[in-house]
Design a protein around this ligand. Structure first.
Ligand code: PEP
Length: 256
């Protein structure tokens, strides 16, 4: 039985007072025992203040990226060790906005190096994979997922579900208001689980959470979370308001 996970990806949004207000509202909303792990991922400069704001709170801290080198002449980069020092436990890697945006254009090799660095310092990578609309239309979705997963996990050992989270994020659904149908999500997640079984073995593959991201909202969460291999969500736009995000968390918690 996998415990669901819901992560808020704030991207490059909100300022410090807004983040503090968000945490206060989310703490008030998420009282009692939840059947779900909750993670919030602010931009780098806010990791320390958010770690403080989240003290003695069940919401865990995550980062939106981490560089693979430990230290050195890498202007503008932030290493996995530095991220861990803030108290972050999770790191989003291979997000489509880093794979496809000019200035980043991260390839699978870079994602793999970062993933190894994050794991080596004891944090949990949230590895994002997903097809573009053109790839879906060309019936390449499952091949793209297989490739991104095996390249991202190249040389990586996973012995328990705590060491890895996969996010299925169809690129055409991110920030567009379009979401995968429950059937499309389940097909992708089941495929990823089968591929994980091949790559890391049956037992860890059965434990790894595979979460869905792409215009997830309180209104569509119930149907998506009802799928056997959908173990939670990565939430962008709908995570910016604590009220909306915590409604998604409640839906996920109740569907478990
Ligand atoms: C994301 O950026 O990971 C994401 C899922 O965004 P949105 O929920 O806005 O589609």
């Amino acid at each position: 039985m996998r415990r669901a996970l819901v992560a808020a990806n704030w991207k490059m949004n909100l300022d410090l007072p807004q983040m503090r207000a968000w945490v206060a509202a989310a703490r008030a909303e998420l009282t009692g025992t939840l059947a779900v792990d909750v993670v919030v991922c602010p931009p780098f400069p806010y990791l320390f203040p958010m770690a403080k704001a989240l003290a003695e709170c069940a919401i865990r801290l995550g980062a939106q990226d981490a560089y693979h080198e430990t230290s050195g002449a890498f202007t503008g980069e932030v290493s996995a060790v530095m991220v861990r020092e803030t108290g972050a436990a999770y790191v989003i890697l291979g997000h489509s906005e880093r794979r496809h945006t000019i200035g980043h254009l991260e390839d699978d090799r870079m994602v793999n190096l970062k993933l190894r660095a994050v794991q080596s310092v004891g944090m949990t990578p949230i590895l994002c994979v997903g097809e573009t609309l053109a790839q879906r239309k060309a019936s390449q979705t499952l091949d793209v997922l297989s490739f991104q997963l095996s390249a991202g996990l190249s040389g990586v050992r996973v012995s328990s579900g705590e060491q890895l989270v996969i996010a299925y994020e169809p690129v055409w659904a991110i920030g567009t208001g379009l979401n995968a149908t429950a059937a499309q999500a389940q097909e992708a997640h089941a495929h990823l689980r089968a591929e994980l079984t091949r790559l890391i073995g049956r037992e860890p593959a059965a434990q790894v959470r595979i979460i869905y991201g792409g215009s997830l909202k309180p209104e569509n969460a119930n149907e998506l979370m009802g799928q056997a291999d959908v173990d939670g969500g990565l939430v962008g736009g709908a995570s910016l308001k604590a009220e909306t995000f915590t409604r998604i968390v409640r839906v996920v918690s109740q569907s478990g």
